[in-house]
Design a protein around this ligand. Structure first.
Ligand SMILES: CN(C)c1ccc(C(=O)NC[C@H]2N[C@H](CO)[C@@H](O)[C@@H]2O)cc1
Length: 467
């Protein structure tokens, strides 16, 4: 536990220093770039990570049924899923790609796509892969054939799962992957080509929005800017090239290193060119886990104030990185134990932060339990009420501002000719649907979507209120 304590206190100092540094600069404007649909409409993505169970299931698929999706939509009107896939299943042997696994992924993509969802395929690791321990229960993601510990120890009595990241054998596995050791240059190439195989399979799938290249990258013995501008950037460039060699249109999502950036410290991720015709389709996809909550505090009293401060640093640093990348932002993960005091207030705070910053988001995670929307017994947790809010799923113009509460939504945008604006209205605040302050509105009671056709130029402010 002593090691955990010094890491945590080191992290606290880092966040403090990082926060002071970022607080001394002018807050950047929210990203004016947005992830778009096939019509070119700006998307506001709202959904879940589905699901952590994929880390450990033998088939590397999340425990999920179509009825689960129907319930989620019926309760919260989500339009997005960060769907976990695993390198171990994509490429079970070097250079051999499992088309049956990709077919099963495609089946689930169809489940979502026919319900109007956008699917982001997340090549998920945390941490590394099942080969880090003899039982195969500690890590997930990478295949065993790509795992080289060199006989270095991995203690199996870690007090918390994240402490495995600091074990000598795990660091060596990552160092070989990133070619820090210079002994396995082939591993990054395999990873990039595994992405090529996935992109070749899904490039024409209307349900797939894009690809999240690596979950929460960890640099092993190389950390911070040296990692992000070095081996991580190299992997991203190679993966982008391999994906674009078969898929010119899907969005590509890039994550910063997790440690530090999840809490609010700045990322050093550099700009990446997108070798496609037309506008780049590269998005920045950080995660948000405020350090005070990671340290076990609740979002109440003093720690609420401290958490709000770190949220401010996180937003400033994320928008600054997004500006450097000239990319829109997707908040790929945030989440907490919804049974804790103040949890619903934190969800409200993060949703509002996303609205103010033009960010879509995926909650971690859809798995049953006190963190998710439904507990082990299938009962709704407070997350359902906190996450079921009015939001503009797709906007016929460039968003300027979004502001919502449970019973109203105000959307300002610069109209264009990309199509009508679709707004989800939850039953709690809009039992009989909603009315729009301007434009022509039609109400789809079954899907709870108000579709508003507005002018195709000029600034438009839509206020939606219950009918
Ligand atoms: C030491 N390192 C590298 C580390 C520590 C802790 C996290 C983490 O909490 N991540 C937040 C959530 N994200 C994953 C899924 O992607 C969940 O399992 C974590 O709760 C990440 C990395």
């Amino acid at each position: 536990m002593k090691r955990a304590r010094w890491i945590v206190s080191l992290a606290a100092v880092a966040v403090l220093v990082g926060g002071v540094l970022s607080a001394t600069r002018n807050a950047p404007e929210p990203s004016t770039r947005f992830i778009t649909d096939d019509q070119g409409r700006a998307l506001i993505l709202r959904g879940f990570n589905t699901a952590g169970s994929a880390k450990s299931t033998p088939d590397a698929l999340p425990e999920l049924t179509e009825a689960d999706i129907d319930r989620e939509y019926g309760d919260m009107g989500t339009n997005f899923v960060r769907f976990l896939i695993q390198w171990r299943a994509v490429e079970p042997q070097p250079g051999v790609y499992d088309t049956k696994y990709l077919d099963k992924v495609a089946e689930r993509v169809r489940w979502y796509g026919k319900r109007g969802y956008h699917v982001l395929l997340d090549m998920h690791q945390d941490l590394w892969g099942s080969g880090i321990t003899p039982t195969g229960t500690a890590g997930n993601g990478a295949p065993v054939w790509a795992t080289h510990l060199d006989g270095l120890p991995v203690g199996t009595d870690q007090p918390t799962w994240e402490m495995y990241y600091l074990e000598p054998g795990v660091i060596r596995a990552f160092d070989h992957f990133w070619n820090t050791t210079g002994e396995h240059p082939e591993l990054m190439d395999h990873y990039a080509k595994a992405w090529k195989a996935v992109a070749a399979r899904f490039r024409d799938d209307p349900g797939v929005l894009g690809y999240d290249l690596m979950n929460e990258p960890w640099g092993g013995s190389v950390q911070g800017p040296q990692f992000e501008t070095g081996p991580l950037a190299a992997l991203y460039r190679r993966s982008i090239a391999e994906i674009r060699s078969v898929d010119r249109d899907s969005w590509i999502f890039l994550e910063p290193q997790a440690v530090g950036v999840n809490w609010g410290l700045p990322s050093a991720l550099p700009y990446f060119d997108d070798p496609r015709d037309g506008q780049p389709r590269i998005a920045f996809a950080p995660h948000l886990y405020p350090l005070p909550l990671d340290l076990g505090e609740d979002y109440t009293a003093g720690s609420k104030e401290w958490t709000d401060r770190t949220l401010g640093w996180w937003r400033e640093n994320v928008l600054r990185t997004a500006d450097r990348l000239r990319a829109p932002v997707l908040l790929g993960e945030f989440g907490l134990d919804m049974s804790r005091p103040g949890a619903s207030d934190l969800v409200d705070r993060v949703v509002r932060l996303g609205e103010r910053s033009g960010m879509g988001m995926a909650y971690w995670s859809r798995d049953p339990g006190t963190w998710g929307p439904y507990d082990e017994g299938g009962r709704a947790t407070p997350l359902v009420a906190a996450y079921a809010r009015p939001y503009p799923r797709a906007i016929g113009g460039v968003p300027v501002s979004i502001d919502s509460d449970q019973r109203s939504l105000t959307l300002t945008f610069d109209g264009d000719d990309t199509g009508p604006t679709e707004i989800y209205l939850p039953a709690a605040g809009f039992p009989d649907g909603g009315r729009a302050s301007e434009g022509e509105a039609t109400w789809d009671a079954a899907r709870r979507i108000l579709t508003v056709t507005t002018r195709t130029s000029g600034r438009i402010t839509l206020t939606i209120t219950p009918t």
